[in-house]
Write a new protein. Structure first.
Length: 363
């Protein structure tokens, strides 16, 4: 069933992407988009996913020409200094992203499952789990995502179907959504939430059947977008616009209000939340994996377990420095959304254009 060839299959790639995105985005997106009404939020989601889909096509096109490493690809075309600087940008993005999702994991675990527990403890446990999953063999992350995928997606579908029965029609109006500067800003924040798609450029050498990379990535994007979009629509129908804005974690509250018919599985919401939080372990393993991989490309070091341990300790120090999820969110929005992701996206587009022009001239 599982190979041991230091590569991940396209099916594992899709499940890695969904597991990396679904928990993070379902919990984080409503916190990002707090200025909109429900209709504007849906419009922002649609526009943001559309932008992400176009950008995914560009990333996957460029990844076709990366055979050994992205850092090596950039160095060959633009020099060592440019390769180091770009790797530093990607490494910094992944580091801030890991700090944020770790703090979210700790905050949600404490609020809904273990209120007496110090928030730092689940954060450190998440990093340790991610550290283990990110170590050799490289396909271990894919195996874990493949196993967890149905245990997260199927309960999510069941809960959304049951929760949809509590929708109140009066919360939906027939006024059109506003297409304005706020909507555009929040569409970009949606794109930023999916910003990790850029890291496929580093993952490219480890993916089997690279010709299916684009279709697989778009499938993962659509699965996540449909799931999150459905949760947001049902949340609006259950709580209203103002209720969605007032709730800290609306998706978790939505699932906790679900009443399973017949009294079956009275704490099904807790079971689901535990499974959803498992997706954060996959996200943590992805984070530490990329931190180590990009660090190795920056300094041209061999694959060493000491590097993995250094990334773990550096991540733990950063999480402790970000004392709570609000600090981590501000850091994510300021550094990742408005600085690093534009640099990553702009550079990727420029590289893709140059590669296309080079191929066109050679033909």
């Amino acid at each position: 069933m599982f190979s041991n060839n230091q590569k991940i299959s396209v099916r594992q790639l899709k499940r890695l992407l969904v597991m990396d995105w679904i928990g993070k985005i379902s919990l984080l997106l409503p916190r990002f988009i707090v200025q909109s009404s429900g209709k504007d939020l849906i419009l922002s989601l649609i526009l943001g996913v559309g932008i992400t889909a176009v950008y995914t096509c560009i990333v996957c096109y460029l990844s076709r020409y990366i055979t050994r490493s992205f850092g090596g690809y950039v160095e060959l075309r633009m020099g060592r200094a440019a390769a180091f600087a770009l790797c530093l940008v990607y490494w910094s993005y992944m580091y801030v992203n890991l700090l944020y999702i770790t703090r979210v994991f700790g905050a949600v675990t404490r609020q809904y499952m273990l209120p007496e527990l110090n928030e730092n403890i689940p954060c450190m446990l998440m990093l340790l789990g991610g550290f283990y999953a990110s170590m050799d063999p490289k396909e271990r992350r894919g195996r874990i995502a493949e196993v967890l995928y149905p245990f997260v997606l199927i309960p999510l579908l069941i809960l959304l179907v049951i929760a949809s029965t509590g929708i109140k029609s009066e919360y939906f109006t027939y006024e059109g959504a506003a297409f304005d500067a706020v909507t555009l800003k929040q569409s970009f924040q949606v794109f930023a939430a999916f910003g990790g798609v850029s890291l496929i450029l580093f993952e490219a050498p480890f993916i089997q059947k690279s010709g299916l990379r684009l279709r697989t990535t778009l499938k993962g994007l659509m699965v996540t977008a449909i799931g999150v979009g459905a949760a947001i629509i049902i949340g609006i129908g259950s709580f209203g616009d103002q209720g969605m804005k007032a709730l800290r974690w609306p998706v978790v509250t939505l699932t906790s209000n679900v009443d399973i018919p017949g009294g079956f599985l009275q704490r099904f919401d807790t079971i689901f939340l535990a499974l959803l939080l498992l997706s954060f372990f996959v996200a943590a393993s992805t984070g530490i994996f990329y931190l180590n991989l990009i660090f190795k490309e920056m300094f041209k070091q061999p694959e060493e377990k000491q590097n993995h341990l250094f990334m773990l300790l550096l991540s733990a120090a950063g999480v402790l420095w970000c004392k709570n999820v609000d600090i981590a969110q501000k850091l994510f929005l300021t550094v990742n959304c408005y600085l690093l992701i534009p640099i990553m996206a702009g550079f990727t587009v420029i590289c893709a254009i140059l590669e296309w022009e080079k191929r066109r001239r050679s033909n």
